[in-house]
Design a binder for this molecule. Sequence first.
Ligand code: RFL
Ligand code: PHB
Length: 412
Amino acid sequence: MRLTCLVRRKIMVRDERGRGVQMKTQVGIIGGGPAGLLLSQILHVNGIDSVILERQTREYVLGRIRAGVLEQGLTDTLRRVDVGDRIDREGQVHGGVNLAFGGRMVRIDLEGLTGGKTVTVYGQTEVTRDLYEARDAMGGVIIDETEDVTPHDLTTDTPALSYRKDGEVHRIECDFVAACDGFHGVGRQSFPSGSLKTYEKVYPFGWLGILSRTKPANHELIYGNHERGFVLCSMREERLSRYYVQVAADEDVDAWSDERFWDELCRRLPEDVAAGIEQGPSIEKSLTPLRSFVAEPLNYGRLFLAGDAGHIVPPTGAKGLNLAVADVHYLSEGLISYYGSGDESGLRSYSKRALRRIWKAERFSWWMTMLMHKLADDDGFGGKVQRAELEYLTGSQAAMTALEENYVGLPY
Ligand code: RFL
Ligand code: PHB
């Protein structure tokens, strides 16, 4: 064996024929999305070494338009590991959110009802960019365009990850594997059959979303319930708007010209809001199917699932990215205790601890989805109950407080 490189605890060697790198690290992370990057960053500032394997190119990862609403727990977590500067400068702090239905709009005062808590509007793309920059600045190892990432020996003290890059097979030996590889990743698929129980609800609708360089409809988000379907007016920056309309789950995106989208959006909003919508060309248009999904438990041997790898929520409550960060918080606490004092209890309780909070966010996201979308029995009993619930909610301080404490994020 020929030693090629020694980076702190990361040792890289080539095999006898000089091919295929073998590396050692403490935590092998699958997935360079927000969960994987944040885990790597938290571990680094606590003196724990990791390597990230990402399937896509960095450009591809940064091109995905996704979440926009960050809970305080998320922004605090980023600040603690030196990734909060740009969010503090550029993020928009929102103290309220609006519900539109029956031709009117009701503002719900987040700050007032939750004792001063707020959310921050800042794109997931930007969070990911900030995390990549921080990891690069601190010498983090992120190997992108990896293929066939496969976990091995998960029930031993020396698990490993193999992967292919540029036609060669490589291997990373580690103490733990964190699968932060999203809903379609390999981590969850590596659990032996029978060791995982899954819970799933697939909704018969999706969100058609656009991004446009236009002035947002309002200075705060508007979630709208309308007989033609759900609508959401969100934003990223002063002149960057994000809009969504409810469509069928199998809708053909190409059937939606910009003109059709704007027309449908305006028809679903209260007249005064629709009148103020600035229209312009879309710079992104995509369909998101809606799904609730939880896998239990979140660990098998030395493999741990975090983020979308272990659970999915419909985006209505803006909880997906926030949940991923909460998982990473719990998992990193377990790893820090293990490496600090040999205490394994945090890792042993990770799944239970994370799932307790995950199920609360699953409940909230499901509830908000059922409250705001056009349902199959819209003109029957279901529709009447939905309208009664909206009226009760917006007329009751107690009900609004329950919505808001979930929207700003339950404590970790
Ligand atoms: P990600 O972001 O999917 O990243 C996983 C990464 O793993 C890589 N990967 C692999 N790498 C190596 N080998 C393999 N075999 C691999 N398989 C996958 C992938 O390429 C990817 O880079 O998961 P992560 O890190 O858990 O983050 C989760 C969030 O991305 C997700 O929950 C949110 O985007 C959900 N979400 C929202 N969350 C919020 O908190 N607030 C919001 O306002 C919000 N809005 C949204 C959303 C998601 C949406 N879509 C498109 C699903 C709005 C939308 C429209
Ligand atoms: C977004 O801005 O993309 C967004 C905002 C709120 C949600 C979902 C998505 O609930």
